[in-house]
Design a protein around this ligand. Structure first.
Ligand SMILES: Cc1cc2nc3c(=O)[nH]c(=O)nc-3n(C[C@H](O)[C@H](O)[C@H](O)COP(=O)(O)O)c2cc1C
Length: 298
């Protein structure tokens, strides 16, 4: 373990450890405006959703590392505390990166990076037309901490492209192609191939890791993820179900291999359970694991 005390390091050094580990971070593509009507567009990955009632987004521009001056976004928000926060997908990533160049104040990064300004309904800064999700926000609180300004923004209007909406009228996560910031120059592309589902545990009360028999918990084959799935079952199969399941062909094959000394019964059962867990067949995996006669339920 590399153990670091941030107080003993220059902040830019600790920054590299933080941004490489608190990752990937979504990107707030923030459009702001000054009181003279000059528009600014810049990306910020110190950003996230922080509330739903009211809906809140929080992001934090740092002062410039070079000379400690405030970024244009910070200056604009001091004059007009409204921001259009646009989400960034893969099709936008290179232009978004181009917009982060430190152009002088007053330069409109919509023009510099080639994005299309779309008038907002309730705030002055325009939205980014190309972005599949756009939030019109009012800054409700600003907190200056060290070299940062933390902006707490209430969403007062939201716009979502039909391209990411499924048949039920909600966001279809498989249709999105978000990008997120990691450490150094790395980004993550979060398209369907990078996604997977984990069944919500809070709809039921799982038996828990501690209720899993030790021989399963200490398995050399089953991983922490497998044990997490197994602990999420509400109740173990009954003795009758286990006996019935043991009659199936696959189980008979396993018993035969174990009897012939081809492999240990536990190893064969754990291999089969891990295959089932990969398909999220948790009850079946338990039915396999409990075929070991030394493990009985109820
Ligand atoms: C993907 C990405 C994320 C960024 N995140 C931040 C951030 O969270 N805070 C920050 O101060 N600068 C961040 N930057 C750098 C700013 O975008 C950059 O300093 C920009 O020039 C600020 O523009 P402004 O002076 O027009 O506000 C990020 C840049 C990129 C490309």
């Amino acid at each position: 373990m590399l153990t670091l005390n941030p107080k003993e390091l220059e902040s830019r050094v600790f920054y590299s450890y933080l941004t490489g580990t608190v990752a990937p971070r979504p990107i707030a593509f923030a459009s702001t405006i000054d009181s003279a009507g000059n528009v600014n567009l810049s990306p910020f990955s110190f950003f996230n959703i922080m509330g739903i009632n009211p809906p809140l987004l929080v992001f934090a521009p740092n002062n410039r590392g070079r000379d400690g001056s405030k970024k244009d976004t910070t200056l604009n928000l001091a004059e007009v505390p409204e921001v259009a926060i646009n989400m960034v997908d893969y099709a936008m990533v290179q232009q978004m990166s181009l917009s982060s160049v430190e152009y002088p104040k007053g330069v409109n990064e919509f023009i510099k990076s080639g994005f299309t300004p779309e008038p907002s309904l309730l705030i002055k800064p325009p939205r980014v037309k190309e972005s599949p999700a756009q939030f019109e926000c009012k800054v409700i609180e600003t907190k200056a901490i060290g070299t940062m300004n933390l902006y707490i923004c209430e969403i007062i209007m939201a716009h979502f492209s039909e391209d990411i909406i499924g048949q039920n009228g909600k966001i279809d996560q498989r249709k999105t192609d978000w990008v997120a910031r990691m450490g150094a120059d790395w980004y993550a592309r979060i398209s369907e191939s990078a996604m997977f589902e984990v069944e919500k545990p809070n709809t039921k009360i799982g038996i828990g890791y501690d209720a899993i028999p030790a021989s399963i918990r200490l398995s050399k084959i089953l991983t922490g993820n497998h044990l997490g799935q197994l602990g999420n079952i509400e109740a173990l199969p009954t003795q009758e179900e286990i006996i019935e399941f043991g009659k199936n062909r696959k189980m008979q094959d396993i018993f035969e291999q174990a009897t012939n000394g081809c492999a240990f019964l536990d190893n064969l059962l754990h291999d089969e359970a891990s295959r089932l867990l990969a398909q999220n067949q948790v009850k079946e995996a338990w039915l396999v694991l409990l075929q070991n006669p030394s493990l009985t339920t109820n």
